[in-house]
Design a protein around this ligand. Sequence first.
Ligand code: NAI
Length: 334
Amino acid sequence: MRVAVFSAKPHDRLFLGQANGAGRHELEFQEASLNAGTVALASSVQAVCVFVNDLVDAAVLRALAASGVRLVVLRSAGFNNVDLEAAAALGVAVGRVPEYSPHAVAEHAVALVLTLNRKTHRAYARVREGNFALEGLMGFDLHGRTVGVVGTGKIGECFLRIMAGFGCRLLAVDPQANPACEALGARYVPLPELLAQSDIVSLHCPLTPGTRYLIDAQALARMKPGAMLVNTSRGGVIDTRAVIDALKAGTLGSLGLDVYEEEGDLFFRDLSANVIQDDVFARLLTFPNVLVTGHQGFFTEEALRAIAQTTMANLDSFVQHGRPAHPVSVERLA
Ligand code: NAI
């Protein structure tokens, strides 16, 4: 099958190339991200392979379908960037990688928690300057603290397991309780209760119409004063402007982000010689108690290998059975 691979980085070429074995699929790597301006790059393929910031909206899907594309395969678990209703109406199948390494993302969320708490990012810079003063570096014991997890699917469960190891008290919110999380000692409570009781809130739910701005000004006002908020799910789950207000007011203690609602214009490229035009994002970077990473939660060897293998399985299945091995359907939008 001929496949245009958008937003292709060197690691995509390496891992997809390895998973493609003897070259059963013809992969055309495109550095460009997919959008209305670049969709013409897919004019002679049967499938496109996309990542989190490729825009697969109705207009792009219409152009893809018109040029003969019948399959979109995501190299991600999240699929909020694809208009599933438009895809279904146009007869374009959509596949994703439902699970690759939940450990990769959960462990990154823990890295954000530990760094924000013990301020190792600031300590590193200080020590290199010969400054060994401890003022401003005080943290708190995780042991005995309350951790609230929103979304207890595969990643949320891994995160809870690690936090259970630290001796934390565990709270959870999810429309579907996960027995493995209950076995770890997590107690399912309504969101307002989780927000009011947690010292650390970590978001692991997908971005859907129901979770967009789940953490807005009202939710932030419910949080325990000085609490930590960590988001490794999708940027749109948080209202960034409301979070900035809470940081300025000093009510939110610290913020760890691996995702940002407007990250499509920023992440996955070197902009170090450019002036950042996004004033909301630039403001976030000025806070000493905010730590931002550029959507790297998934970025481990194990995860990249698994993503490449599942992507190939989706392509193989479409060739053999006319549908991807891991399809995404409109029902999942609810
Ligand atoms: P999953 O599908 O296993 O779990 C998601 C859980 O969220 C489900 O249990 C679902 O019932 C729950 N949920 C849905 N709506 C909710 C709501 N309103 N409130 C609370 N819970 C709700 O997904 P998985 O694999 O755990 O991934 C979670 C998210 O993490 C993905 O959707 C994706 O957006 C993000 N992600 C981020 C990565 C990164 O590199 N930072 C990499 C991979 C995923």
